[in-house]
Design a protein around this ligand. Sequence first.
Ligand code: BGC
Length: 738
Amino acid sequence: MNEYIFIDKWKIIENRYRPERTRAGESLFSIGNGVMGGRANFEERFSGDTLQGNYIGGVYYPDKTRVGWWKNGYPESFAKMLNSAFWCGVDVTVAGESIDLAVCRVADYYRELDMRTGTLLRRVSLTTPSGRRVDIEALRFVSMERPELGVLRYTVTLPDRSAEVTLESFIDGDVRNEDANYDEKFWRPVSQSRCGLVMQTLKSGFVVGWAMENRIDGASFIDTGRTECPAETATVTVEAGGSVTLYKFVGICSSLNHESSDIAEAAARVADRAASAGFDVVSEEHKAGWASIWDNADIEIEGDDEAQQGIRYCIFQLLQTYTGRDSRLNVGPKGFTGEKYGGGTYWDTEAYCLPFYMATAGREVARNLLLYRYNQLDAAIENARKLGFDGGAALYPMVTVDGSECHNEWEITFEEIHRNGAVAYAIYNYVRYTGDSDYIAGYGLEVLISIARFWAQRVNFSAPKGKYVMLGVTGPNEYENNVNNNWYTLYIARWCMRYAAESAERVRSERPDDYRRIEEKRGFDYEAETARWREICDNMYFPYDAENDIFLQQDGYMDKKQMLVCDLPASERPINQKWSWDRILRSCFIKQADVLQGLYFFRDDFDVDTIKRNFRFYEPRTVHESSLSPCVHAVLAAAIGDTRKAEEMYLRTSRLDLDDYNNENREGLHITSMAGSWLAVVEGFGGMRVEGDRLVFSPSLPDAWHSMTFKVRFRGKRLTVMATKDGAVVSEEERSTF
Ligand code: BGC
């Protein structure tokens, strides 16, 4: 635990102003509504160190690739989620002095993120350089009910002396991305008016409009004429002990949802309607939106408030990042909280996030996550074609926004191909959980066929082994590259080909019309292709270590000097910061679950002893230097009855950002690993699994937890599961659709 963030079951609270933690605080207090979101930058002018960040889902810029040594096959660009206009700006001047927290003396400071209501509140008492006391209270949210609306209530109080206060409400479009490869600006202004701004992204051509309505009781506003920064000011005399409150309503509309020519008007309409409804109304609507979200997604932990705050924070951030309203959007590893990873989609979505959204937000939301990949299938086929595959084989990108590959490190872009398996696995996982087998005939089969085609071309027959092998890959453990026969990749590849063949067979016999459509669209030759896949599957090579009776991570792994993480001095960890890359590659240390990732996905294929043996071998060699690692270990540890280990692993994820374990939350939050924390609680401690058409629970709670209650949706029902040390009680509420 750190002493910076207070333990509270529903709130994230900081009550000290620590300038050196400005960026960290901006990340931690981020707000979003699944469509847009941003960092908790101060509303008023701030000359200290800050990472400005306001992001609109699906609006990106293809930043030209920058690499030291170009390799054929690298993508030309990296699509980046853009830092967009800062919509909630308010510059404050009191008796001619402008308010800037980096310049004023801050006496009291309090900031809270209320997770129950999705609102960000900040109270500051400060003294200006000339000695005048000023109090500020700012409350803002991006509406859950009106997805194109941002709202701010901003109050300035003068505790001891009256003065003229000028509030300049602005929208600043003059913004950049810190991680721009060539330091270019990504936006060009299209038009500007007193209260609105329309901008277009360069190259990708997205048009976004912002429009504001400002209200101060009894005051009128005048235009400032700032360029790229519409602003209007109001000046009022505030008596000693009195205050002035600005209400700001901002409509933010993009060409994803509107005709470009209508955007200015659409944004103005959103702002105007909200202003007419008034702050109280839009704020209540927003709170009601969050209340119904929590009603479906909350986890209550009795007996451990730190764990309680940790898991609620994870759920809150996940639901701020993605609400599933739009199948063009997805879940970036940093969500709307920072620029790292470019806001792109990784295998994180299918491997870690899908179960969370499926169980808490429902079937349609989960389906939208799958449709995102379905809609990008042709781009994945093109991606594979560029690398030399043919016949409609698809390789989904390592990182993408629009379906094209963005990643450009050969050992990952070309080799970390297991991601293709996760896309297929998500289809299986979705159908297994929701029972929506229509998805396969409607969409899934095309994806499965295209992925199976890729694997069938990616293996080759080894004459000496008399088996199919897969050479030159990077497994989930990115601390080794270009390995031969990574067990996990082989296993998921074989599973994909089998699942694709079975699915094709089923659709062919049960849904002949769909089958004919798919056959024609994808040029599918059932007999020849499935025979080939089956032949490969029946003759696939899997590395195995007889001495330890474990699946071997890849050929040659045992040739490495075997060491355990507990033998590493603390001063040498994390190894990715302390060791040369060469030393990491040659060591036996594993970045994240690799063989164990396979045992997690395909648990039904293995008995508990097999899982135990592999867990006991690999976990002690794993440094968990990806935030995605501990959760898989937590679930497996619980499955083999090692609750203590499960708890140790769980604690590493659930408060990773709150406690800033890796000293990096200033860059943004680890959104996708937050889904892993949910997995650790629900699938780990709750022991939730699908068996046929049933959900089963076998809880094993950490010592400190008296009970845990969580909600899941399953096959048209809403279940509340209360788990204690004695077992689980499941109650069910019938609902017509989910
Ligand atoms: C992990 C990948 C993950 C990526 C984005 C990397 O550090 O090794 O598995 O997809 O981060 O979260």
